[in-house]
Design a protein around this ligand. Structure first.
Ligand code: ADP
Ligand code: MG
Length: 703
């Protein structure tokens, strides 16, 4: 039944891999590409021509007709404009397919319509895409044909970043430079580069496409704006890790195959907590490539769903009342001679380099908790962070019992002399082996958890690019490393200095550590006592980008200029307002055109029934009670609709992007909730065949 899948053969077949370059490029050209890839710099135009030709030949052999500079503007997704390889036909009318080094290296999309936050006025709308040599080119195949995609960065005429890739690459250079200083201090002089490794676990929902098409809210907003809860939710925990249904399984298999072809090492798949919710995790890789690949994962998930009569929802909160979707961003730092700086080893209490790295990360996260929170903020994520579910909006670090104890010893005595042991886990069954317990348990409620040899940043939203969170992580840790290295490089007694610094940092920043239940009200109160920021909404996070400390951080490491940060703020305010505006208009549309007419029709049929039953001489109390209940909710709905329309009208009069975004957050969103409440009640009162759209039960349980 299942055809044989040869993964080894399949893997990377649509990628212009190193191996293919090595086979197809003259030796010295290949070497130059690798050198620039590893150490930076520019390819000569001559070399670029040779690479472009080889790339084009390979692409055409695989059916490509076009190429595109594939980039990641501030829309959160990817963009592409296709150009065919065709040239002027020659005198005999023959077509020679061509692709030059210049076209490979640089593009100039007429990109005036991408968000720039004022960095480009439309009259100077030039935007440039430049080849990111560190991320491999690949082939995308769909109804348009086969397209050669060249990962690129996207900048303005003046070189200002207009995308998520450019700052990420800048932050990777910053952390590499500063992390190298740290490892050198501990005697690792062979390392020439330190790379952040990232593995992004992607959560998603699958719904039946036909049902999806009957819901305007899913179509326009990606989430349900109305919907009474189904009789069953996720309370039985029977979906989490449950048996994967056939239709979903076929979908997962297809995605894996597509991703493997694209060189994405899709590894883990399972059902998630909410009904119809699932997860896919690839194996971690260099941050920049992980970010590109996560975009491909999201794109592939959406595309492949169509083939199975499904729609993939990546929104952070498609359904009220059950879990939303996030993207756990696993992050660690590896030297190019194979050392993971976040590996505690057997005895973390004696691993001074690890303890220093940990102390620096504590310092970074505590100092810039607001920025880290910001980096995971998007419109949909407001329903998760600080909203109805986890992780909380308060940034804290989970270390686990053993490391927390090490930190405590260091803070109290300056020495960590012993380790709490994991101990043995006895199964109590003679045929099952006993095993050594991990010294750390898991804590799913923490936004930033140490999990063995990496940190897991759990706040990121499912639909968001991982560019910004990783840029921020790299930046804040680079700063802490830099400060530590400044002290330690100047120290006369290194051992004493490092000891003092670890103690100092851990003491000053121990408030950021929290091992308890991050979902509890007690934590909210405790965090307030500790002075940790608790920013409940996306709009509330935006100003953190241009605080003095933020500008100092990003400018020092050449990741963002002040102008770029200002621009990003404007884009964020604007995105927020536009998104909520679409949601509000969708609600108005659905209420006016679908819900009110359906309910009016239902009241008419109830009224007819009441009259008919009475005329027939029977008791119509139940029918008339029902009519009364429905009519009351109908009136509430109409009143709430009027209010939402008024709020929308007021919004139209506002000019200042920040003021408008706050208005959408504080007033329009509240009016939307107020409209949803009576409509959801009506859904429970009105006959199923009259309700104009599929219910939560239909969507969540009938995939
Ligand atoms: P869990 O989060 O349940 O412990 P895994 O350990 O399998 O699951 O990892 C989840 C994700 O973290 C995967 O994408 C994995 O490749 C990635 N990951 C594992 N080790 C590291 C590491 N050292 N650095 C970055 N990511 C990592
Ligand atoms: Mg995980």
């Amino acid at each position: 039944m299942n055809e044989l899948i040869n993964v080894e053969e399949l893997f990377g077949c649509k990628v212009f891999t190193h191996r293919k370059m090595k086979e197809r490029l003259p030796k010295e050209v290949y070497r130059e590409v690798m050198r620039v890839r590893e150490q930076g710099g520019e390819l000569s135009l001559g070399t670029a021509d040779v690479v472009a030709k080889a790339m084009k030949d390979w692409a055409i052999e695989n059916g490509a007709t076009h190429y595109t500079h594939w980039f990641q503007p501030l829309t959160g997704i990817t963009a592409e404009k296709h150009d065919a390889f065709v040239t002027h036909p020659d005198e005999d009318g023959r077509m020679i397919m061509d692709f030059s080094g210049k076209e490979l290296i640089k593009g100039e999309p007429d990109a005036s319509s991408f968000p720039s936050g004022g960095l480009r006025a439309t009259f100077e709308a030039r935007g440039y895409t430049t080849w990111d040599i560190t991320s491999p080119a690949f082939l995308k195949e769909d109804a348009t044909g086969v397209i050669l995609c060249i990962p690129t960065a996207f900048c303005s005429y003046k070189g200002e970043a207009l995308d998520t890739k450019t700052p990420l690459l800048r932050s990777m250079e910053a952390i590499s430079e500063q992390a190298l200083r740290i490892v050198k201090l501990f005697g690792n002089t062979e390392a020439t580069k330190v790379t952040p490794s990232v593995g992004a676990e992607q959560e998603y929902f699958l719904v039946d496409r036909q049902k999806y098409l009957q819901r305007k809210d899913l179509i326009f907003a990606g989430r349900t704006l109305f919907g009474a809860p189904a009789p069953k939710g996720q309370e039985m925990d029977d979906h989490y890790f449950g048996t994967i249904r056939e239709r979903v399984g076929a979908y997962m298999k297809d995605i894996n195959i597509e991703l493997w072809k694209l060189g994405v090492s899709a590894k883990t798949q399972h059902n998630e907590a909410a009904p119809a919710q699932h997860e896919l995790a690839p194996i971690y890789e260099t941050a920049n490539i992980a970010a590109d690949h996560n975009q491909l994962v999201m794109e592939t998930m959406k595309k492949v769903a169509g083939r199975h009569g499904l729609t993939c929802l990546l929104h952070e909160k498609p359904f009220a009342g059950v879990n939303g979707s996030g993207k756990h961003d696993n992050w660690s730092l590896c030297t190019d001679n194979g050392v993971n700086m976040l590996e505690p080893g057997e005895s973390p209490n004696e691993n001074i380099q690890f303890l220093l790295v940990l102390a620096c990360i504590m310092r970074a996260v505590d100092k810039h908790a607001d920025l880290l929170r910001q980096s995971a903020a998007n419109v949909g994520n407001d329903h998760r962070l600080g909203g109805n579910e986890a992780p909380p909006a308060i940034i804290s670090i989970f270390l686990g019992e053993q490391l927390e104890d090490v930190v405590r010893q260091l803070v109290e005595t300056g020495q960590a002399t012993h380790l709490t042991e994991g101990g043995k886990l006895e199964t109590g069954v003679s045929t099952l082996p006993d095993f050594v317990k991990d010294a750390t348990d898991r804590n799913r409620t923490s936004p930033f958890a140490f999990t063995g040899n990496k940190f897991e940043f759990r706040s990121v939203g499912a639909s968001d690019s991982i560019g910004s969170p990783n840029t921020t992580l790299n930046a804040i840790v680079a700063e802490a490393f830099c400060e530590a290295a400044d002290v330690l490089e100047a120290a006369e007694d290194f051992d004493q200095a490092v000891h003092d610094l670890i103690k100092k940092y851990m003491t000053e920043h121990q408030r950021i550590i929290f091992n308890g239940n991050g979902y509890s009200q007690e934590w909210v109160e405790e965090a307030a006592r500790r002075g940790l920021p608790n920013i409940g909404s996306m709009v509330g996070t935006i100003e953190t980008l241009t605080t003095e400390k933020s500008i100092a951080l990003f400018e020092k490491f050449h990741i963002f200029t002040k102008a770029e940060l200002e621009a990003r703020k404007e884009v964020l305010y604007d995105t927020f307002s536009k998104t909520i505006n679409i949601e509000a208009l969708t609600m108005i549309d659905m209420t006016r055109k679908q819900i009110l007419p359906a309910v009016v029709k239902y009241t008419k049929s109830l009224a007819d029934t009441v009259i008919a039953v009475r005329e027939a001489g029977a008791d119509a109390t139940v029918q008339s009670e029902l009519l009364k209940e429905v009519s009351e909710k109908l009136a509430e709905t109409k009143a709430a609709l009027n209010k939402l329309e008024e709020a929308e009208a007021t919004a139209k009069t506002m000019k200042c992007p920040k003021e408008l975004a706050f208005y959408y957050n504080d007033t329009v969103k509240v009016a939307m909730e107020a409209l949803r409440a009576p409509v959801d009640k009506l859904e429970m009162l009105v006959a199923k065949e009259i309700w104009p759209m599929p219910s939560y039960g239909d969507l969540l349980f009938e995939v």
